[in-house]
Structure formats: structure tokens, C-alpha cells
Write a protein that binds this ligand. Structure first.
Ligand SMILES: N[C@@H](CCC(=O)N[C@@H](CSS)C(=O)NCC(=O)O)C(=O)O
Ligand SMILES: [Fe+2]
Length: 279
């Protein structure tokens, strides 16, 4: 009994030490990245301050991501899908969030984005996409731009190759990267339509994603096998395409022989106007 009380007191003291250390770290500050202990604190800070939801649309196997600052309630939504906008709006309302930006990682070929409908459903939301996508949106971003939401922000890394306007959105403490179709879990986006280029994609992933910290979590736009998350280290070790040499990668990509996405002829024109095709 006595030893149980001692153990409980020790655990309480340790928890207090952790929480006061975490409280000293501004989310996304340079101090929040670095040693293992510091990065562990940064993750604790995130748990306390950053709301995160991974949502799934099963027809196109698309992941939509909701991130919000728990304090200010400001939120961003990454890669919403037209068919699941009502689900997303309901969740945003239930959680009392203010959606600031609905952002696309690229001009999708397989589904219509939800950004256009979201702009109609939620007052004040701005759509955003890369200026190299050729698509219309309220905000056109490029390399190094930040998408702020409360105390947090997403930093834009241009990762072309699947399309010209593909970006990876990285949290400012580099603990999470939303890679769109540039890097999928144990795979990558195809390069046989839109402005696809295998060499460009290989360079993008190696220079802009594999240079992130090894523990950085990888959240892709799609998964077709039930996988939900990976890390930079895991993909550097186990990605069956991107661990190969450039020549081998190009050969793999030129021989995927995938069928065209069923909705490509409808989705691409719609997504070039951020889903506002029927207005
Ligand atoms: N069957 C789906 C389309 C599947 C597909 O082509 N996925 C793309 C990402 S969406 S542009 C892709 O890059 N896949 C890479 C891979 O290796 O599977 C449909 O008809 O919509
Ligand atoms: Fe795509």
C-alpha cells in the first residue's frame, strides 16, 4: 500500500515536470524541434493545443484532415471531398471551430474537391491551392508560404511531379507532413497524366520530404490498403519505389499500367475552379 502511494506521488511529480516543461514551449518554436526530450515535449504540447482529425472518403479512398488551435478554435481543412462536405461541416460545428481555410494539396484527378461547396456552406472560408496548379482559388500559395490557424501554421513545400502544383504542407514544428499524392504510404502518386514527371517527383520527395526529421509523421491524400500514417524514416527505409535509384524509379513509374481514374474527365475541370463548376 505504502509503495503504491510512493509510486503514485512519483508519477504525479513526473507529470508536473513534463507539463511545466511543455508549457514553456511555444508551438512551432525552434526550441520545440531538436533533442528527443524536446521533441517529446513538443508532441505533448500539440496534444494539449492542437486538435487533429483524419477523416476518410471511401469511394475515392481520400483522406481529409482537420487541424485546429484548441485555444482560438481557428481551423484548416486539407483535401475535403464534395461528397463528405456535410459530414465535415457537422464535425466543425460540433467542435465549435471557425474554419478559416479549405486547402487542396493539388488539382485532384479522381474526385471533386469539397472547397467550392464549403465556401457556400461556411461563412468566411477561403479556398487555397498552389499557384502552379493552374486552378482558381481565393489564396494561391507558393514555396515557403504559411497558412495560419490560431497559434499554428502549415508551411508550404512545393513537391511537383504527380502534378505541377503538388505541395506538401508541414506543421511549423515539422512533426507532421501532409504529402498529398507526392508521397503515399509505401507508394507515391502516379506520373502518367496531368503534368506528371517521374524524375521531378523523385527529386521532390528526396529534396523536400526525405529531408524532414525522421520522426515526422506522413499523412497522404490517399490510401488503398487501409494504412493511415507513416514516418519519414519508415518511407526512407521501406518505400518500394523511392528507395530505388532514379533510373529504377523512372522505370517503375513508366510501367505501372494503372487504369485512368474513373472520374478524371469530370473532376479535373471542376477542380480547376475549386469545385465551383455549377455556379
Ligand atoms: N482507381 C481510382 C484511381 C486510383 C489512382 O490512380 N490513384 C492515384 C491518386 S488519385 S490522382 C495515384 O496516383 N495512384 C498511385 C498508385 O500507385 O496507385 C479511381 O478510379 O478513381
Ligand atoms: Fe492526384
Amino acid at each position: 500500500m505504502t509503495s503504491l502511494v510512493i509510486r503514485q506521488k512519483a508519477a504525479l511529480r513526473a507529470a508536473r515536470r513534463w507539463s511545466s516543461a511543455a508549457a514553456l514551449l511555444e508551438p512551432g518554436s525552434p526550441q520545440a524541434v531538436g533533442s528527443v526530450a524536446r521533441s517529446y515535449c513538443a508532441r505533448m504540447e500539440q496534444d494539449r493545443g492542437l486538435l487533429f482529425r483524419q477523416l476518410f472518403e471511401s469511394v475515392s479512398s481520400t483522406y481529409t484532415y482537420l487541424l485546429a488551435d484548441k485555444e482560438s478554435k481557428e481551423a484548416v481543412l486539407i483535401d475535403p471531398v464534395l461528397e463528405t462536405v456535410e459530414r465535415d461541416v457537422k464535425l466543425i460545428e460540433e467542435l465549435g471551430l471557425t474554419l478559416k481555410v479549405a486547402v487542396n494539396t493539388h488539382c485532384h484527378a479522381d474526385h471533386i474537391t469539397g472547397t467550392g461547396l464549403l465556401k457556400k456552406r461556411v461563412f468566411g472560408v477561403k479556398s487555397a491551392i498552389s499557384r502552379h496548379s493552374g486552378a482558381a482559388a481565393d489564396l494561391l500559395f507558393s514555396e515557403g508560404d504559411r497558412i495560419p490557424f490560431g497559434r499554428y501554421s502549415l508551411v508550404v513545400r512545393e513537391t511537383p511531379g504527380h502534378t505541377d502544383g503538388c505541395v506538401t504542407l508541414v506543421t511549423s514544428d515539422q512533426s507532421m507532413a501532409f504529402t498529398g499524392d507526392a508521397l503515399l504510404i509505401r507508394g507515391c502518386g502516379r506520373t502518367d497524366f496531368q503534368q506528371g514527371c517521374a524524375q521531378r517527383l523523385y527529386d521532390s520527395v528526396h529534396q523536400k520530404i526525405f529531408t524532414l526529421p525522421g520522426h515526422c509523421l506522413i499523412y497522404p491524400a490517399h490510401d488503398y490498403k487501409g494504412q493511415t500514417v507513416s514516418t519519414v524514416d519508415e518511407e526512407k527505409k521501406f518505400n518500394p519505389r523511392l528507395t530505388k535509384s532514379l533510373d529504377e524509379f523512372v522505370d517503375i513509374m513508366n510501367n505501372l499500367n494503372l487504369p485512368r481514374p474513373a472520374k478524371i474527365d469530370v473532376a479535373v475541370p471542376a477542380n480547376l475552379v475549386c469545385g465551383l463548376h455549377d455556379v
